[in-house]
Ligand binder design. Structure first.
Ligand code: ADP
Ligand code: MG
Length: 397
């Protein structure tokens, strides 16, 4: 896999570079203001390196899930403004993805200039399952540049036109963020320093069963919290009240518990509430004694202690998924406790997942306390599952 630094070494001054970046930031629903610009900041090193080398940078990115047609709600305009602020320059936004305005603006770029294309998902072909449809968009994107750099780690698990097909049409390179994410994920999968502890939470167990299967043979401990722990508790024969439960996954969870031979650690207590609400009241109960009319919305204090104990001696930690509904104050303590215990790890600690990374920031923990906070939740999980990621495979010769 060649890197953007190889491209710079080849001499990139005056050449147009199509840079796929992950600028998919959360926006405030009413004001359209960016609420967390972490992904824009993470993309800066590659953009800066290209500018300094005199490249003419054409950035392609997506925002949210528009329905394959232009929609002002999903315009990258706020992102262009923020990117310009952070770079200390003006970043114009093309009116289209690879249409006449994009072509004219790309042609007019000077050395070191940056242009942002409008949301690539305004083109239905971007996410199409049809190779020819994606290929036609990739052809148009490829005419905008002489080389392609993929730095959109959060999108490398997608076989999309701007991630996969366009890379087949131009000399291709990995950006610095992609390189950094890969370096860290490689350390998690090849001879991780032991003890190796993985903490999984979040809402849907079915999303994460594949990664549990893949990691189980490799880890010393797998700590399970969040909404997904209730399917495991049910597999142990406990009632879980009205907590999240994926009944069709109970058998799989039971098999995994048997295979794990004690290495899967479940909560011993749970913060319950009669309703999914911040003001309905909460009580801490034994994980084996959740009342029928209550739902578990966080792990309890004894669980935090148990998990923190498992984490204290760890040399390698991967954490994905909040321990509870951290968006509501009464159910934050579990996620906070685990986030603090992960931050205190002396070896390599990696946080993956959009909500987990958001929790770290919302709860006021210091990002520098972690070895790495991944910008791509789905991509990092699929990598750990051992699946081939199309956006990475296409960069590899
Ligand atoms: P990530 O984005 O880090 O991969 P997920 O998307 O899998 O994480 O899950 C995050 C969501 O899980 C959060 O919105 C959180 O409120 C929810 N969650 C955590 N614990 C529970 C629970 N006990 N019941 C319901 N939802 C939960
Ligand atoms: Mg999420």
């Amino acid at each position: 896999m060649r890197s953007v630094d190889d491209l710079i070494g080849e001499g990139v001054s005056g050449r147009r570079v199509l840079l796929r970046a992950d600028l998919n930031v959360p926006l405030d629903k009413s004001t359209r203001e960016i609420t967390d610009d972490g992904r824009i900041r993470a993309s800066l090193p590659t953009v800066q390196a290209l500018r300094e080398a005199g490249a003419r940078v054409v950035v392609a990115a997506h925002l949210g899930r528009p329905k394959g047609a232009p929609d002002p709600q999903f315009s990258l305009a706020p992102v262009a403004a923020r990117l310009g602020e952070l770079l200390g320059t003006t970043v114009p936004l093309a009116a289209d993805v690879a249409g006449s305005d994009a072509v004219a603006r790309a042609d007019a770029l000077g050395d070191g200039d940056v242009l942002l294309l409008e949301n690539v998902r305004f083109e239905a072909a971007e996410t199409s399952k049809d190779d020819a449809e994606r290929g036609a968009l990739a052809d148009r994107l490829a005419t905008l540049a002489d080389a392609y750099v993929d730095d959109a780690f959060g999108a490398v698990h997608r076989k999309h036109a701007s991630v996969f097909d366009v890379a087949e049409r131009l000399p291709r390179y990995a950006g610095r963020l992609v390189a950094r994410e890969l370096e860290v994920l490689t350390r998690l999968t090849t001879e991780p320093e032991r003890p190796y502890v993985v903490v999984l939470g979040g809402s849907k167990v079915s999303d994460k069963l594949a990664v549990i299967e893949a990691l189980l043979p490799k880890v010393d401990r797998l700590l399970v919290g969040g909404g997904m722990c209730f399917t495991f508790l049910a597999a142990q024969g406990h009632g879980v009240g009205s907590s999240l439960l994926e009944a069709d996954q109970v058998d799989t969870c039971r098999r995994l518990l048997a295979e794990a031979d004690g290495r899967i650690v479940l909560p011993v207590d749970v913060v319950c509430s009669p309703a999914f609400a911040a003001d309905a009241g909460s009580t801490v109960v034994d994980a084996a004694a959740i009342p029928d009319d209550q739902m578990g919305l966080d792990v309890g204090p004894r669980t935090v202690e148990l998990f923190a104990g498992e984490l204290s001696g760890a040399r390698t930690v991967f954490w994905n998924g909040p321990m509870g509904v951290f968006e509501m104050a009464p159910f934050q303590a579990g996620t906070r406790g685990v986030a603090e215990a992960v931050a205190a790890v002396s070896g390599l600690s990696v946080v993956g997942g959009g909500d987990s990374a958001a929790a770290v920031r919302v709860l006021g923990l210091h990002e520098e306390s972690y070895g790495h906070i991944s910008t791509g939740g789905g991509a990092s999980l699929e990598y750990l599952e051992g699946r081939e990621l199309p956006g990475l495979a296409v960069l590899t010769d």
